[in-house]
Design a protein around this ligand. Structure first.
Ligand code: LLP
Length: 425
């Protein structure tokens, strides 16, 4: 967690706002983000890359609230998007097309058309069929699509298997061995202009070595493609920098060390460098606050049953991920800590945030905050169990604003349509 979520006078605050003030207005569960943390994380990365011709293209998938995008976009960030929806969010936040890169393994012709019409910095193309499709769409619009080829470097990023993307068995990218051939093919397509190479090996990467291996490959491929006559002027090195979720986690590579590595391997190539971080910017900038509904004694353990669930914060259920849990009321020094299972109300056993977590006494009616929930939190929320989508709040100093209100049950139901042949009307 950053210093933006700290206790003050016995109460957890987001910057200078006591969490209970937010809860009194919005209720729980709720996501709370710190503008100061978002700003600092972006600026730290930007300055770690200083001296390089670079652009930080924030990976929208990590936290796509338009207010968050607006804040980051106003600080000079570009955006990395993977759908027409994310593209529209970035544009709604005031980010111009020439600052948006379009990633993703399955872009549809409709998505390509939207981005080509609206403006785009580059498409990160992941296969030959996609290349041919993009060429056809671009030609039909009488334009030319800027393309970076995403390669699959066959590198193990040493992360959770579900978020590794750089191994040969993963669905992403073009095998390096095929890049020359695909680039030759692209050079003959009038709707395509090859501008660069892209790589993204995975997420929550906690060591520099996998990045270093990928950057070496990028440097080699740049020289090879240039030798073949391609004008490689941009390298997109992807995202992936991890954050420490557990207090006992070794610290992730620092942005400075990461920047130095990029400088060392790619700095002399005379290319623009794009980076696509998500978690490193938004991860520790948010918490999810939830209330304890019941404290229940099971046969062999106690359960804290919260009003937040796996549909609100999926990471523990999906990846077995760890999030720190902080009571909103500061524990007293004499409090006796003990193990407890922290679970949600959803009707499956997988709806558990933590097993046997050592916590101070927390009772029904108390609130807890899940730390490091700013990335891949609200964006992965669903309405499972017909629980309306979780609201979001952005704090800045003493101010806070609701940036997504709590959805109403009524709204949710009104989206469903009962056919007339069922109602007899
Ligand atoms: N660029 C591309 C092409 C990506 O696929 C991703 C993440 C990023 C950038 C940003 O990666 P980051 O800097 O945030 O590590 N839901 C998972 C994470 C999935 C990441 C998917 N791709 C989680 O909760 O851990």
């Amino acid at each position: 967690m950053t210093g933006d979520f700290l206790y003050h006078s016995g109460i957890l605050r987001a910057e200078e706002v006591p969490i209970p003030d937010i809860v009194a207005t919005v209720g729980t569960p709720v996501y709370v983000y710190s503008s100061a943390a978002l700003t600092r994380n972006l600026k730290t990365l930007q300055s770690a890359l200083s001296g390089l011709d670079h652009r930080v293209c924030y990976s929208v998938k990590a936290n796509s609230n338009v207010a968050v995008l607006r804040l980051l976009g106003d600080l000079g960030a570009g955006m990395d998007v993977v759908s027409a929806g994310e593209y529209a969010r970035a544009r709604a936040a005031g980010v111009s097309g020439d600052r948006i890169v379009f990633s993703g393994v399955g872009k549809t012709p409709q998505e390509m058309e939207i981005a080509l019409r609206g403006g785009i910095r580059q498409f990160n193309v992941e296969s030959e069929p996609e290349l041919l499709q993009l060429d056809a769409v671009a030609r039909s619009l009488e334009t030319v699509a800027p393309v970076a080829f995403r390669v699959n470097p066959d590198i193990d990023p040493e992360t959770h298997e579900k978020i590794s993307t750089g191994k040969a068995e993963d669905k992403f990218g073009i095998p390096c061995a095929r890049l020359r051939e695909v680039s030759r093919e692209a050079a003959g397509l009038s709707g395509i202009s090859v501008v660069g190479i892209d790589v993204h090996i995975g997420s929550q990467v906690m060591a520099l070595a996998p990045f270093e291996a990928a950057f070496r490959i990028l440097a080699d491929l740049t020289r090879t493609l240039r030798g073949d006559g391609h004008d490689i002027r941009r390298l997109d090195v992807g995202g992936g920098l991890g954050i420490a979720y557990r207090p006992s986690d070794p610290p992730p590579p620092s942005p400075k060390a990461y920047g130095d590595l990029i400088r060392r391997h790619l700095g002399d190539l005379g290319v623009e460098i794009d980076v696509e971080p998500g978690r490193a910017i938004a991860g520790d900038a948010g918490v999810m606050v939830s209330s304890v509904v019941y404290r229940k004694s099971g046969a062999d353990r106690d359960f804290l049953i919260l009003d937040g669930a796996m549909n609100d914060l999926l990471r523990p259920a999906m990846y077995g991920a760890y999030h720190p849990i902080m009571p909103v009321r500061e524990p007293a020094p004499e409090d006796a800590y003990g193990p407890v299972d922290v679970v949600g109300p959803v009707c499956e056993t997988g709806d558990a945030f933590a097993r046997r977590r050592t916590l101070p006494p927390v009772e029904a009616g108390d609130q807890v905050a899940f730390g490091s929930a700013g990335a891949y939190g609200a964006v992965m929320a669903s309405e499972y169990n017909s629980r309306p989508l979780v609201p979001e709040v952005l704090v800045s100093g003493r101010r806070f604003s609701v940036i997504r209100p709590r959805a109403e049950v009524e709204e949710m139901i009104l989206r469903d349509i009962v056919p007339e042949w069922l109602t007899g009307d």
